[in-house]
Ligand binder design. Structure first.
Ligand code: G3H
Length: 539
């Protein structure tokens, strides 16, 4: 039987400067109405999941604190955003596209300069492995650049008049108003910015609420927001969702809710809005993406992708593989290989070379995962890999659980952590029924080699999920691909180009083609009197 290394937090002395925090980050600054103001109200401590060994067991390192806003401060943020939008008359929503692009380029330039600080804080706040933290930052920068290219393309296709049935029209996409952006802790930069950036560049103004975990890493970019955009275009809010987001929604002044989190929270927020028909929502919610491993699958590949899919960033991805259905004829060999692969994963700190499993940032997470595993074991399952499910402070050794009873919580609940439930099936109807009966409908992975069998699964299953992956783990990228889900998994579609659409509405100026109207339109365009009525072509 394979031996497993002891779970232990290494000493924190002597770390390289690129990793060491210079001291706790006591954030008191927040951005409202173009000013970085200083907070003097209550604060919350930030405890890193990275811990120090003490005689009483591991103790999480305190790395700083952040403001706990109440209703008044949240409302001040929406006031500033609404004033900057000024019912669509503000400087930002009326600016020509080319000028908004220039502001955004200024932002990226300032953002890139703060890469090292942000990456370091991602490691300390959410324990993301250093290469993944760097990738998250770089992917976000690339996303912004791709967004600007997509916007140029969109603008080019709108920079002309159309004449239909004697009516001249110019059709563009216009902003919607004030957007409340709230991202998750697991991709704090990427998932937040994939809504915030398109919302902004399309002319909306933004109230940006950081999640409860993953706050300080946004601090280095406050000045960039202040300096790159007109006042009030970006405003930040910190603290509990209940104390800040609920009153924001209840104010009725949020036009778009861009939220990545649970469907329960999203439903509560939407219900708090007094005029729900005025509210647009762009939501990324829960998922329980299954993998189906067919009898003729290449097992080495299926195991490799399953480990990546289920355990990258400790399984804390909405796209993670969260349950594996494996054909009964290959279950023993699959489990043996999976257990060996999971056992070989390095457990350690984010800066250690080759680390795969790191401490968990959510308060109470190891205890929650333990409950799920215990429940599955009580219902006939066992932990297959040596030491699986062992807890040491915020460290949780990944657990492969088999068999996973349909009665267990693990069978349906989104674990969002390093627990891999496995189910054996004889009849393909079993996993198909699972997908159909699931509350979620984000993605699915199929492992096999017979084109006929795969094709028979593809056609019905693409009407249950929004992405079907063949011999590949589930994932969001590349970011030019549409990212969405059915049922309780999402509302709206995000991708570089789709995001420009979800934060806007098609708007047009039309006129009967009379001599007078043609003369008016010609004059407006020739004399460049309008940003909207314009045939300027961005090169
Ligand atoms: O948590 C959900 C992320 O958007 C997943 O992104 O599949 O590229 O890791 P990823």
């Amino acid at each position: 039987m394979a031996t497993v290394k002891q779970l232990v937090f290494p000493p924190l002395q002597g770390l390289a400067p690129a990793i060491t925090l210079d001291g706790p980050v006591e954030q008191r600054e927040y951005l409202i109405d173009g000013e970085i103001r200083r907070w003097s109200g209550p604060v919350a401590d930030v405890l890193s999941p990275i811990s120090q060994e003490t005689p009483d067991g591991p103790r999480q390192v305190r790395i700083g604190s952040y403001p706990m806003f109440g209703e008044a401060e949240a409302i001040a943020a929406v006031d500033a955003a609404a004033t900057a939008y000024d019912s669509g008359r503000g400087e930002w929503p009326t600016l020509a596209v080319i000028e908004r692009i220039a502001h955004m380029e200024g932002f990226v330039h300032r953002m890139v300069a703060r890469r090292a600080e942000v990456v370091k804080l991602i490691m300390w706040e959410i324990a993301k492995a250093r290469p993944d933290a760097e990738r998250e930052f770089d992917r976000t920068v690339e996303y912004i650049r791709d967004t600007l290219d997509a916007l140029k393309e969109l603008d080019r296709s709108s920079s002309r008049f159309t004449i239909e049935h004697g009516i001249i029209g110019q059709i563009r996409r216009g902003p919607l108003g004030v957007v409340l952006c709230a991202g998750p802790y697991n991709y704090p930069l990427n998932e937040t910015y994939t809504t915030l950036i398109p919302a902004l560049v399309m002319g909306n103004t933004v109230v940006f609420k950081t999640p409860r975990v993953g706050v300080l890493l946004h601090r280095p970019l406050l000045e960039a927001f202040r300096d790159a955009f007109p006042r009030g275009v970006v405003n930040t809010v910190y603290g509990s969702g209940r104390a800040t987001m609920t009153p924001l929604m209840a104010s009725g002044r949020i036009d778009v809710l861009a939220f990545i989190g649970t469907s329960t929270a999203a439903d509560a927020l939407k219900k708090a809005h007094p005029r729900p028909h005025r509210l647009r929502s762009v939501l990324g919610l829960e998922a329980k993406n299954p993998a189906i491993v067919l009898p003729d699958a290449d097992l080495e590949l299926a195991v490799r992708e399953s480990v990546l899919g289920a355990l990258s960033f400790n399984g804390q991805r909405c796209t993670a593989l969260k349950i594996l259905f494996v054909h009964a004829s290959i279950i023993s060999e699959f489990l043996e290989r999976l257990s060996a692969a999971v056992t070989s994963l390095d457990i350690g700190m984010p800066w250690q070379d080759g680390v795969a499993i790191t401490p968990l940032p959510e308060p109470g997470k190891p205890a929650y995962l333990t409950e799920l595993v215990d429940d599955a074991v009580r219902l006939g399952g066992r932990v297959v890999n040596p030491g699986g499910g062992e807890v040491h402070g915020t460290l949780f050794r990944p657990a492969v659980v088999y068999p996973t009873s349909p009665e267990s919580r693990l069978y349906r609940e989104e674990q969002f952590g390093p627990v891999v439930p496995v189910v054996a099936f004889d009849d393909i109807e079993e996993p198909i029924r699972y997908v159909i009966e699931s509350n979620y409908g984000q993605q699915l992975a199929i492992f096999g080699s017979d084109p006929e069998t795969i094709a028979h699964l593809v056609d019905p299953m693409v009407n249950q999920v929004c992405r079907l992956n063949i011999n590949s783990q589930c994932q969001r990228g590349p970011d030019t691909f549409p990212f969405t889900g059915r049922k309780d998994s999402a509302e709206g579609t995000l991708s570089v180009s789709d995001a420009l659409r979800v934060f806007t509405i098609r708007t047009l100026v039309a006129a009967k083609s009379t001599d007078l109207n043609r003369a008016i339109l010609t004059d407006i365009v020739r004399e460049r009197r309008s940003s909207f009525l314009s045939t300027d072509f961005i090169l």
